[in-house]
Design a binder for this molecule. Structure first.
Ligand code: CMC
Length: 392
């Protein structure tokens, strides 16, 4: 027995201390190591943000070049890992493939499983950040029956990912710099988000001393759920199902109906009760990208904007403080880039890897680290005597 705080969903439990990411949900503020997300999204780039999250400070020019070089040198995966992809059904969801392949990395990079050595922890982090785009792109290529495309080290992180997803052997593929910039911004906006469900999963898995690849595979598995990272796929599918602005009121009514499990995907957040600062940048990006691609009158974007307008004026959404979150507009950009909806959550996963691994490193460096072991509120039977089968 003992006295425990009952806090289902951990709405008021701080599970750790951290110096990585700060969120003020009432103000709609998100800071990475103190730097506001909108400044990072507009002025920095994903790999610089990775360095910042991992090391706590922005890199000097030399540090930045060295870091980019290191990540670039780790982009290939072990050739034998190709067999893992081939073991999956052709129509497997890329997230299912990623959970398996990332978990399997621990069978290939044994040195990185030595978590007691800080240098090995750093190498594991570099490997994961570098190889995730390769793995995500391979999962995609496999799902559409195209040959894998090897990483190209002359391209930037985002451009290389687009190359691995969209290049085909028969054609010369040139990455559009506008798309590469938009891709990089999407990665930046997803880089970290303090103790969300998948990050807490990574930390809990790691608290037992599990290896980094196993911990990140656990994070990917958690992220896949539609209440978390899976919302970006669910959101675009919902916007498509709504189809035209005149059907919006019907869906708004459904979202408000307590007897209908339907929720507006891409709406609401556990912490943000004012607005999600990532959604603001994402909305602006969606406008810019569609404009630059010459896509006029995108019906999905029209439905999204009108849905946002109507929901923000509706007393139900106002009272419950439900605003568009990061997943609301990202799918529109990814769709315009040519990604199928099944790739939206893998893209989230690859971008969030740096957040997971930075939190993992921070946790392992903590001398107070304890295994995560929540208690429960037991509501079952108390001790009673066993009855033999014939007497039941
Ligand atoms: N549509 C309609 N009603 C909603 C929605 C929504 N999207 N979100 C919350 N509500 C209602 C909910 O029914 C509840 O009402 P009541 O108090 O009457 O029971 C109230 O608002 C509070 O909801 P909750 O589920 O208790 O809040 P939570 O903090 O546990 O959940 C959430 C947060 C993000 C899981 C939830 O808002 C949701 O399911 N949103 C849709 C899925 C989504 O967009 N997820 C992405 C989150 S951001 C990125 C990420 O984490 O990956």
């Amino acid at each position: 027995a003992g006295v425990f705080t009952y806090d289902p969903g951990f709405t008021s439990t701080a599970s750790c201390d951290s110096t990585i990411t700060y969120i003020d949900g009432d103000k709609g503020e998100l800071l990475h190591r103190g730097y506001p997300i909108d400044q990072l999204a507009e002025q920095s780039n994903y790999l610089e943000v990775c360095y910042l999250l991992m090391h706590g400070e922005l890199p000097s020019k030399d540090e930045y070049e060295k870091f980019v070089n290191t990540i670039t040198n780790h982009t290939m995966i072990h050739e034998q890992m190709h067999h893992f992809f081939r073991g999956f059904r052709r129509d497997a969801h890329p997230m299912a493939t990623m959970v398996g392949v990332v978990g399997a990395m621990s069978a290939f990079y044994h040195d990185s499983t030595d978590i007691a050595d800080p240098r090995q922890r750093e190498i594991a982090s570099h490997r994961l950040i570098a190889k995730m785009p390769t793995i995500a792109a391979m999962a995609y290529k496999y799902s559409i029956g195209q040959p894998f495309v090897y990483p190209r080290n002359d391209l930037s992180y985002a451009a290389n990912f687009l190359h691995m997803c969209f290049a085909v052997p028969a054609d010369e593929y040139k990455v559009d710099p506008i798309l590469a910039r938009a891709m990089d911004r999407i990665f930046t906006l997803h880089a970290d988000h303090e103790q969300n469900a998948s990050t807490s999963t990574v930390r809990l898995a790691s608290s037992s001393g599990a290896n980094p690849f196993a911990c990140i595979a656990a994070g990917i598995a958690c992220l896949w759920g539609p209440a978390h990272g899976g919302a970006n796929q669910a959101c675009l599918e919902m916007l498509r199902e709504i189809g035209s602005v005149d059907r919006i009121p019907e869906f708004i009514e459904r979202a408000k109906d307590k007897n209908d499990p339907f929720r507006l995907m891409g709406f609401g957040h556990r912490v943000y009760k004012n607005f999600d600062p990532r959604a603001k940048v994402m909305k602006q990006s969606a406008d810019e990208v569609l404009d630059l691609l010459g896509i006029e009158d995108n019906p999905t974007l029209q439905v999204a904007k009108e849905l946002e307008r109507i929901a923000l004026e509706d007393p139900y959404f106002k009272e419950k403080k439900l605003y568009p979150n990061v997943d609301f507009y990202s799918g529109i950009i990814l769709d315009a880039m040519g990604f199928p909806t099944s790739m939206f959550t893998p893209i989230f996963a690859l971008a969030r890897t740096v957040g997971w691994i930075s939190q993992w490193s921070e946790q392992l460096a903590d001398p107070q680290l304890k295994i995560g072991r929540p208690r429960q509120l037991y509501l079952g039977e108390m001790a009673r005597d066993y009855t033999p089968l014939e007497e039941r």
